[in-house]
Design a protein around this ligand. Structure first.
Ligand SMILES: [Zn+2]
Length: 438
């Protein structure tokens, strides 16, 4: 899976955790005494990719929220002044972190989004132009105009997504953007009552329709409303390498869990978009499901996890299967993980033919377990391995397949398509030269 496969991994644990003692206070734009760690114009040097020129200069977006009487700069997408939580005093030598609510009410033609994250992550996303509304490519626009699913009431399962037509394998079923994204560092750093208050503010800053959608989502048995909504609906995604965030994607959160899912999600940080993709053919009338738990999680652990976090006593086809079938499935999923690691190991050590053989095994076992990799991703891997091995005919063949498949896949994110194009442009001339014996 391209993204973290688990919906909201460990979120309940995080929400239940007591906050670090050194963080307190919400500093809004009217604060007259910004915390020392964030006073001045540029307390955080943005790290990572930051191609957006104005942000190389001061001030960073989050800082605006704690300097009185400064409106959001025209260089940033925020439609409301960011509100920040900082440290009152530093009691250890750990790097200080400032978390702010960033709201872009215009995001995706008025859907809107609120982020609670560090100024560094916000700057990273602005740098990627993640908030810019670029028109969707033709295939994507056509797909989104007629959804392949409907949200219906399901007996004993609340609401769920059901296919309204046959869905092909590897098809993008649903595209969604976050109403809310919250950094897990924030969940760790900030005291429980501040945390809930800020998340509530972040939701209430959203445009009316999206805000109402979030408040109408299902809840788990949590004592506090915010925790109950987040606990039942959030998905985890990675931003800026390791920055794990939990997000409310209102449409995706309607998809129910199955330990033998027929779909999974991919997240694009450059487009701040989640795509739900089918593992295999889904028939009209079939419920669309995803696994809330990493697929390789052992049976007992998985069932406990579902029970503890969502109060789910899972009745999916895998949970109801015979012991023999469940053991088989568990073994296959463990094997898929091992094989994936082995491919990387072999490749990193220069054993390219071994890596190719293992990749073929990996593909077979994944097919058998009905959780196959996306075709263009698999072909990208083979193309690269053949290229490294010096087999240019196969490298070109798989590179071309991957390119065609990325086009057909029609993701909102062009990165991998572009990568495949660049790869072919690199391999093709070398292969031609060799063919002509030059
Ligand atoms: Zn199950």
């Amino acid at each position: 899976m391209a993204t973290l496969g688990a919906r909201l991994f460990l979120i309940s644990g995080l929400l239940a955790a007591t906050a670090a003692p050194h963080v307190s206070g919400i500093h809004s734009s009217t604060s007259t005494s910004p915390p020392s760690a964030i006073s001045g114009q540029c307390p955080n040097q943005p790290a990572g990719r930051l191609e957006y020129d104005p942000l190389r200069k001061c001030p960073l977006p989050g800082v605006l929220g704690i300097i009185p009487d400064i409106e959001p700069s025209p260089e940033t997408p925020w439609t409301l002044t960011p509100k920040c939580v900082g440290e009152e005093q530093k009691i250890s030598n750990t790097t200080s972190r400032v978390h702010c609510i960033f709201t872009d009410g215009n995001f995706r033609t008025g859907h809107g989004t609120s982020l609670i994250t560090t100024t560094t992550v916000a700057a990273h996303l602005v740098g990627l132009e993640a908030f810019n509304d670029r028109p969707a490519r033709l295939e994507a626009a056509k797909r989104d105009a007629v959804p392949a699913y409907e949200i219906v009431e399901l007996e004993g399962r609340g609401k769920g997504a059901v296919a309204t037509r046959d869905i092909r394998r590897g098809e993008i079923i649903m595209v969604d953007v976050p109403a809310l994204l919250v950094g897990t560092e924030f969940l760790h750093d900030v005291r429980a009552h501040h945390r809930r208050r800020l998340i509530k503010q972040a939701i209430n800053r959203l445009p009316g329709k999206t805000r109402d959608e979030v408040w109408s989502l299902s809840r788990n048995n949590g004592e506090y409303e915010i925790d109950a909504i987040m606990g039942a609906n959030a998905n985890s995604v990675a931003i800026s390498d390791n920055g794990i965030h939990v997000g409310i994607f209102p449409k995706v959160s309607r998809i129910n869990h199955s330990c033998r899912p027929n779909a999974y999600y991919r997240f694009s940080e450059t487009r701040l978009t989640m795509e739900v993709v089918s593992y295999h053919t889904i028939e009209k009338g079939e419920e669309i499901t995803m696994s809330y738990v990493p697929l390789e999680t052992k049976r007992q652990e998985r069932r406990k996890y579902l029970q503890d976090n969502w109060g789910i006593d899972c009745q999916c086809s895998l949970c109801k299967a015979s012991d023999y079938d469940q053991n088989e499935s568990e073994a296959s999923r463990g094997r898929i993980n091992e094989l994936r690691d082995s491919i990387l190991n072999a490749r990193n050590n220069g054993f390219f033919q071994d890596a190719i053989n293992i990749a073929e095994d990996w593909h077979l076992v994944s097919e058998w377990e009905r959780v196959p990799p996306l075709a263009p991703e698999y072909h990208d891997i083979l193309a690269e391995l053949y290229w490294r091995k010096g087999e240019l005919v196969n490298a070109t063949r798989f590179g071309r397949m991957a390119l065609d498949e990325w086009v057909k896949f029609g993701s909102v994110d062009d990165d991998q398509l572009e990568h495949a194009r660049v790869f072919l442009n690199q391999v093709w001339p070398v292969a031609e030269k060799r063919r002509k014996g030059e």
